[in-house]
Design a protein. Structure first.
Length: 271
């Protein structure tokens, strides 16, 4: 019995070691490209070099001194400021309605809202290109806002839906039993309780809008070019560490977003 128990214990240790080793290799595989991008962005040479022999911020200075790059960053910032609150408002209303109301075709509506996650974005881009061209808004901020909202809305609905699902309806009923109306209850009871999901949805929406390229390629124009499209076009013409510097900015935004989501609602609750 003792030998059998010893063999089982040794086998379990080997399994644990294999799991940890595999996980370590996976994390290294995921983080190595990021490390290469970040370190290469500080290379002083005219081409990306890893590891850099010296460290310089000339490429970051070049981005912030370039009218073209700054214009694209400004456009992406404007899109982020417009898209994020509109998406959070619509997504919160949709999530609450789907969770609390019963109506014919509810599942179909929910599937329709979440469909941008399943439809290839190049298909959506082509469809929006034809639609916006007919409407006369292709290549404008309005067209980009609509396209980015279309992609960002499912993330807001998903994250806010988690918070609404965890909300006890008895709390809302108690508020109304004490004399508060439905509107007062929604703003004073419901919204504060689902605020973590709204914050997480806002972060997801902001990151999605800031990095969206598939649809932006079809609905942008030379006069209105967000930063992902500018980066994509820049790579086609040349490839210097400016692209790496832009990538570092994207990475920083993503890391900040992950920290905010973890602090507000928790990453495990958004999956």
């Amino acid at each position: 019995m003792g030998g059998h128990k010893f063999r089982r214990t040794s086998s379990g240790k080997w399994i644990d070691m294999c799991v940890w080793t595999t996980g370590l290799f996976v994390y290294l595989f995921l983080t190595l490209p990021v490390c290469v991008i970040v370190l290469s962005a500080f290379s002083p040479t005219a081409y990306p070099k890893f590891p850099p022999t010296e460290f310089s911020i000339r490429w970051f200075e070049g981005i912030f001194n370039s009218p073209e790059w700054m214009e694209s960053i400004w456009i992406s910032g404007v899109l982020l400021v417009i898209v994020t609150p509109l998406t959070v408002i619509l997504g919160t209303a949709a999530s609450y309605a789907l969770a609390r109301l019963q109506f014919p075709g509810k599942n179909a509506v929910q599937s329709f809202i979440l469909s941008p996650l399943m439809i290839p974005q190049i298909v959506l881009g082509v469809a929006l290109l034809y639609l916006f061209t007919m409407m006369g808004i292709n290549g404008t901020i309005t067209g980009l806002v609509i396209g980015h909202m279309l992609i960002s809305l499912p993330y807001v609905v998903r994250t806010v839906g988690v918070s609404v699902a965890n909300l006890d309806p008895k709390l809302e009923l108690a508020s109304m039993n004490l004399g508060a109306g439905p509107v007062h209850t929604f703003f004073k009871v419901t919204l504060p309780l689902i605020k973590p999901g709204m914050i997480a949805g806002a972060v997801f929406s902001a990151v999605t809008s800031f990095g969206e390229i598939s649809i932006s390629l079809f609905v942008s124009s030379p006069m209105v070019t967000p930063i992902p499209v500018r980066t994509f076009s820049y790579i086609e013409q040349t490839f210097d560490p400016s692209v790496n510097a832009i990538s570092v900015i994207f990475i920083a935004v993503s890391v900040i977003a992950l920290v905010i989501i973890e602090r507000t609602i928790g990453l495990s609750k958004t999956m």
